[in-house]
Design a protein around this ligand. Structure first.
Ligand SMILES: Cc1ncc(COP(=O)(O)O)c(C=O)c1O
Length: 410
């Protein structure tokens, strides 16, 4: 490890670890913990700058608006978008994907068209497309992965037909941890005039994502998985599409003018941010971006891949434990989903909890993927840069004891 990354120093920024000294938190894919810098930024917004942004003309309302718009600018830079008006604040990745499926789906889908989704999608990037396809008489087609979770360029290209209008796909799977080659997939889509909507919920917090380099049409992610508060999310969309899309929600602060008969909607992004916005959440997301930038993705990826490798190698050595997805730790990106012969994932999670280890058990909102893999449910450990090698050793030692605790001889 490089000397300027001191995990013990970093952990001091996270009050949760002071309040729960025994906690080994390995549920980072569900939500991350928050550093005091983010908590303080949100508190300060409410203590010093609170007014309803984007409407009041008095000084304090202008301050609130400025802080909200500064947060938008931080997000723009963070994902390397060309324009700030391509950044829409939502509640979370789920709302972002629903917005895309309604507003963009309405713009491009017609009867007989095809929407392609991968079998590995989180329900948040599946259900909105199922509904959009049904509303427009379009067909939802599934892009299968191999048994290790890989989607090859060949398989991707083969799924695109003359009727395909859009592809909705995750950058990193929340179950397999596998990263899709979005740049190659976007190129394949655009060669055929197809749009690509990317779920970045598990990628944006852990790696540098450049929407212009990837050339994605839409990118959705949640603040709460990247150190920010719950209740703030982002949808990036190319301006050429956003300007043509109708709003998903309507009401206050998203109009140019309203008469008894008709409404002229505001330009993006306001057109897609109906009602009072979550300015405190946006300011918190801005502070989270500052925090991540101060460490840098190089250090974050180094620490997370070192921990992933350690965890995967130790899990792979335990008899009766099966790592789901690739055998190569480098393809897990902080996500280690596993099963243990003869032990239900809920029992695994409960036994680990008794050792103060927090993991997730169930289908992880990816039931079609579990059906595809032939398992009902699994257990997932997901890592963050503030986890330590010592925690990984305790976690894997605890996993190694589970079958014995359940009454098996070995
Ligand atoms: C890949 C992926 N997409 C979407 C979501 C939905 O995120 P949220 O619940 O914040 O909307 C999640 C949450 O776990 C996820 O892992």
């Amino acid at each position: 490890m490089s000397t300027n990354f001191d995990v013990n120093r970093i952990r001091e920024d996270f009050p949760i670890f002071k309040n729960h000294p025994d906690l080994i938190y390995l549920d980072n894919s569900a939500t991350s913990q928050k550093p005091f810098q983010v908590i303080r930024a949100v508190t300060e917004f409410y203590e010093k700058s609170n007014a309803n942004p984007l409407r009041g003309l008095y000084d304090l309302a202008q301050t609130a608006t400025e802080e909200y718009e500064q947060a938008r600018e931080k997000v723009r830079k963070f994902i390397h978008a060309a324009r700030a008006d391509e950044i829409i604040f939502t509640r979370n990745a789920t709302e972002s994907l629903n917005l895309a499926a309604y507003s963009f789906g309405d713009l491009v889908l017609h009867e007989g068209d095809e929407v392609v989704v991968s079998i590995a999608e989180h329900h948040s990037n599946l259900l909105p497309w199922q509904a959009a396809a049904a509303r427009h008489g379009a067909v939802l087609r599934y892009l299968e992965c191999d048994e290790k979770g890989k989607i090859t360029e060949e398989a991707f290209r083969a799924a695109l037909t003359k009727r395909t209008k859009l592809v909705a796909i995750t950058q990193v799977s929340n179950v397999l941890g596998r990263k899709n080659d979005i740049k190659t997939f976007a190129k394949a889509c655009h060669e055929k005039g197809i749009a690509i909507v990317v779920d970045g919920a598990q990628s944006v917090p852990h790696m540098m994502v450049d929407v212009q380099d990837l050339d994605v049409d839409f990118l959705a992610f949640s603040g709460h998985k990247m150190l920010a508060p719950m209740g703030i999310g982002v949808l990036y969309g190319k301006h050429k599409y956003l300007k043509k899309m109708q709003p998903f929600l309507s009401g206050g602060e998203m109009i140019e003018s309203v008469t008894r008969e008709r409404t002229v909607f505001a330009q993006p992004p306001q057109r897609f941010e109906a009602g009072t916005v979550n300015a405190g959440g946006a300011v918190g997301l801005g502070a989270a971006i500052d925090y991540i930038n101060a460490i840098g993705f190089e250090q974050i990826e180094k620490q997370e891949s070192m921990l992933t490798q350690l965890a995967a190698e130790r899990l792979q050595k335990i008899p009766h434990v099966h790592l789901i997805g690739s055998d190569d730790p480098a393809e897990h990106h902080g996500i280690l989903t596993f099963s243990i012969d003869g032990v239900h994932p809920h029992d695994i999670a409960a036994i680990l909890d008794a050792d103060h280890i927090a993991v997730r058990a169930g289908h992880h909102c990816a039931q079609p993927l579990h059906q595809h893999l032939g398992v009902m449910s699994t257990t997932r450990a997901s890592l963050g840069f503030y986890n330590t090698e010592e925690e990984i050793v305790k976690f894997t030692d605890s996993v190694a004891q589970i079958r014995r605790k359940m009454g098996y001889d070995e």
